[in-house]
Design a protein. Structure first.
Length: 266
């Protein structure tokens, strides 16, 4: 099997003659060129759904961290996001709040998928979704990973109340997709947490699994990737999955760089 990842447009826009190094857009999709970023000094400034705001207050959060302050207002616009920040700065909350904010009022099953490299991390992420959906009882999140009977997951996905948000590890997710037991046709958001672990040189099997999962998802979706470390090689690999991503790179707690957007302070 060819382990090299194709550029996003190589399999989505096979018949289009893209310029050298130029990324093309899917027909009908808006091209994210310049966006207004709001410098949010509190979670209230982010204009999140009231149900999310109540959960944020209940969790005792008032002021977002640097990465949350810069990334959430951009991510909720629906653009692709590549985010690097040191551990402990709240990257998980960035994509959890973004997914919940961007879900439609009546979401379809499998509207969002979050992939990570261990079952322990999958459970941690699921727990974050659970506590931020305290006032969104209609939103269902479930965790799926290898090491337990696949029939349990098939029953979960084919039952009366399949999850809107799926958190899982690549191997089991791919197995369900290949068996036609997981329908990804409704997918709106595709998230990789610890993407350096998933796509790095030491994770070729996971990288191949993610590529194959990605190929089964709709073309017009939001892709978000998060990591604590981001080498040049991994960065280029990540961007093969994305279209004109906004990059939020925080090298330490006091140094922030942003690429791919124009920012105005309001």
């Amino acid at each position: 099997m060819n382990k090299d990842l194709p550029n996003y447009e190589d399999y989505i826009l096979e018949d289009l003659d893209a310029g050298d190094g130029q990324q093309e857009q899917v027909a009908g999709a808006s091209k994210p060129t310049a966006f207004v970023g709001v410098h949010a000094t509190s979670f209230k400034d982010m204009l999140l759904k009231p149900e999310i705001q109540k959960s944020v207050v209940d969790c005792g959060f008032e002021h977002p961290s640097d990465v949350q302050q810069k990334c959430i207002p951009e991510a909720i616009l629906g653009v692709d996001v590549l985010c690097q920040a040191v551990s402990g700065m709240g990257k998980t909350a960035v994509f959890v709040l973004t997914v919940l904010q961007n879900l439609p009022e009546d979401p379809k099953p499998g509207s969002a998928i979050v992939l990570c490299h261990t079952r322990e991390l999958a459970y941690q992420i699921t727990n974050e979704f659970v506590r931020f959906t305290k006032y969104m009882k209609h939103i269902r999140t479930d965790v799926i990973y290898g090491g337990e009977p696949i029939q349990n997951h098939i029953k979960l996905l084919k039952g009366a109340t399949p999850p809107h948000i799926i958190v899982g590890t690549p191997g089991r997710i791919l197995a369900l997709v290949r068996q036609k037991q997981m329908d990804l046709s409704n997918l709106k958001m595709f998230v990789l947490d610890e993407c350096d672990r998933l796509l790095g040189g030491d994770s070729m099997n996971m990288r191949s699994d993610i590529q194959n999962i990605f190929k089964e998802t709709p073309h017009n979706k939001q892709v978000m990737m998060f990591t604590a470390t981001l080498s040049g090689d991994i960065k280029q690999t990540c961007k093969k999955f994305m279209r004109n991503p906004t990059e939020v790179l925080i090298e330490n707690e006091s140094k922030l760089t942003l690429h791919g957007l124009k920012q105005y302070y309001v």
